[in-house]
Design a protein around this ligand. Structure first.
Ligand code: C5P
Length: 316
């Protein structure tokens, strides 16, 4: 195989609880992640040389080693030096459909696609668990992006346990195109304001994570109960991002007023806000209502049904 094409879906957080600090400087989290059907398209081809190169037409996406997808290829080159010597480098092309700097794991999904694609191209035969382990070296959300679907993510976010697939819902994603939020800023600001609430003891930390694992959101997902899921949406990072960005708060309130919206929440560190609708038709209605209420050309709106898969190989 000389070339493969993969789809990398966006993710939203149905639940994001910050539990405490970690010795590595990251935060201990309990999250419920959900893939949605808004996908970047990644083409990976053998370069015919020893180089790694990356192309993307989106003006905000870098094509050098600051791009996580480039770093994923570089990691594969280091981890499998003999295979690299035999097969050479790769050319990566990214068609960006997921908004950038949005809290939708677009960059993490691209990196996950490079790992999955190079596993195919170099005939490595790595398992999902092995790919997730490599993904964790790149970023906290990369392991989830490999298999996607609905999953609980703990630790830094890199420990992924699959949950029952939830297919009943369609998300409307809304983002002001010119606005982006730095994830490190969001977590650092949260630490400054809420450090006193952090769980300190290891036992308490495990107890808190177990509470999420056996808690109402995971139960609602196992029971495939969309009404409950929408009542239980939660994201600690809203506490710092919404006060900093009143437009995002206003967007959230506007979406919540739509009769089709079952629940509304910010995804990850934002600034994307998502609303859950019971059907694609309801989601389309909601888009019309939000557009009419906020007629701003900078506001991007997407309809993205829940997705049960992560990275998908579509051409090989
Ligand atoms: O892992 P990733 O590179 O996506 O994380 C981006 C930033 O988000 C980290 O540098 C850190 O500031 C913050 N973060 C955190 N705790 C986590 C995940 C991310 O503090 N569990």
């Amino acid at each position: 195989m000389d070339r493969c094409v993969l789809l990398a879906p966006a993710k939203i957080n149905l639940y994001l609880e910050i539990i405490g600090d970690r010795p590595d400087g990251f935060h201990e989290l309990a999250m419920v992640m959900q893939s949605v059907d808004l996908c970047d398209r990644i083409t990976i081809a053998r370069a015919g040389t020893q180089d790694i190169s990356l192309k993307c037409k989106h003006p905000l996406v870098p094509s050098d080693e600051t791009n996580l997808a480039y770093r994923a290829a570089d990691l594969m080159r280091q981890e499998f030096a003999e295979v690299y010597a035999r097969f050479g480098g790769v050319k990566i092309e990214i068609e960006k459909n997921i908004p950038v700097g949005a809290g939708l794991a677009g960059g993490s999904g691209n990196a996950a696609a490079v790992l999955v694609g190079m596993n195919q191209l170099w005939q490595l035969g790595l398992t999902s668990v092995e790919l997730e382990r490599l993904g964790a070296k790149l970023g906290s959300d990369v392991p989830f992006c490999i298999n996607g679907g609905t999953a609980l993510a703990t630790g830094r976010g890199e420990q992924v346990s699959p949950l029952t697939d939830v297919q009943a819902y369609c998300a409307v994603l809304a983002k002001y195109q010119s606005l982006s939020v730095s994830t490190p800023w969001a977590y650092q600001t949260y630490r400054k304001q809420f450090e006193s609430t952090y769980v300190r003891e290891a036992d308490d930390l495990a107890a808190r994570q177990n509470r999420v694992h056996s808690g109402p959101m995971v139960a609602a997902i196992s029971q495939k109960d969309p009404e409950q899921i929408s009542q239980l949406l939660y994201n600690d990072l809203e506490k710092v991002v919404l006060p900093e960005h009143p437009k995002v708060q206003e967007l959230k309130e506007t979406m919540a007023r739509s009769p089709q919206a079952k629940g509304v929440m910010m995804s990850g560190s934002g600034p994307t806000v998502f609303a859950l609708a019971g059907s694609q038709a309801d989601a389309n209605e909601m888009v019309k209502a939000v557009r009419a209420a906020l007629p701003d050309e900078d506001l991007g709106l997407w309809v993205a049904p829940f997705n049960t898969t992560g990275i998908r190989l579509v051409e090989a």
